[in-house]
Write a protein that binds this ligand. Structure first.
Ligand code: GRF
Length: 217
């Protein structure tokens, strides 16, 4: 099987990255995590990459100040040096410029902790609780110019329970993210028009909603 060389961009603990590394370790995934790139030298996800024997790069955004294009050029250079074909954003906390997005158009996906188009941006779990929604969840989508606006590849929903706090809800959503992300990355790198199958919703088995790639760019 030919495997797509994926670069994973992170800023933090990297639990979603870990699910991609675990999927790769099965030998069944159509992707190879060939580089883990962090904008934060202290990101915990870098250790996960090292433990899995995956190359890492750090492109700290701070020295670039407001020059986002130069920061992104440095990231792009690291990605091309490692012959990366596809990018997965896994908790990457910098907003990308249209220039970088255009370079990776149709080859870059993101995971977001809400059922988009509800709750784009930050603090999604607290906002979902405030809004009183009964279902919450996560979305994997293509990256487009608008933040959290690209075409949806797959979604997983979990129930909101009485007494939930942002933290308990975040933990439930995170378990769903860990199921959804490797599945959607596998579909996306294969460019397949496929449907992610539904099951749940329960605590441990989220409901997977639409998962078509037909409207991908
Ligand atoms: C996840 O909730 C992801 O959806 C969001 O940032 C968080 C990253 O968590 N974009 P982790 O670093 O993968 O553990």
């Amino acid at each position: 099987m030919s495997r797509t060389r994926v670069g994973v961009l992170i800023s933090g603990r990297g639990s979603n990255l870990q699910t991609l590394l675990d999927a790769q370790a099965t030998g069944q995934a159509p992707f190879e995590i060939a580089l883990v790139l962090s904008n934060d030298p202290a990101a915990g996800g870098l250790d996960r990459a090292l433990r899995a024997g995956v190359e890492t790069a750090i492109v700290d955004h701070k020295p670039f100040g407001k020059n986002r294009a130069a920061f992104e050029d440095a990231m792009h250079a690291a990605l091309t040096e490692h012959a990366i074909e596809f990018v997965a954003l896994a908790g990457f906390m910098r907003v990308l410029t249209p220039g970088f997005v255009a370079r990776w158009a149709g080859r870059m996906i993101n995971i977001h902790p809400s059922l988009l188009p509800s709750f784009p941006g930050l603090h999604t779990h607290a906002r979902a609780l405030e809004a009183g929604v009964k279902l919450h969840g996560c979305t994997v989508h293509w990256v487009s110019d608008g933040v959290d606006e690209g075409a949806i590849i797959g979604q997983a929903a979990v129930p909101v329970k009485p007494g939930d706090t942002p933290d308990t809800l975040a933990a439930r959503v995170l378990r769903a993210e860990h199921q959804l992300f490797p599945m959607c990355l596998a579909l996306a790198v294969q460019g397949r028009s496929a449907q992610v199958r539904g099951f749940g919703p329960r605590d441990d088995a989220p409901l997977l909603l639409n998962g078509w790639l037909a409207d991908a760019p």
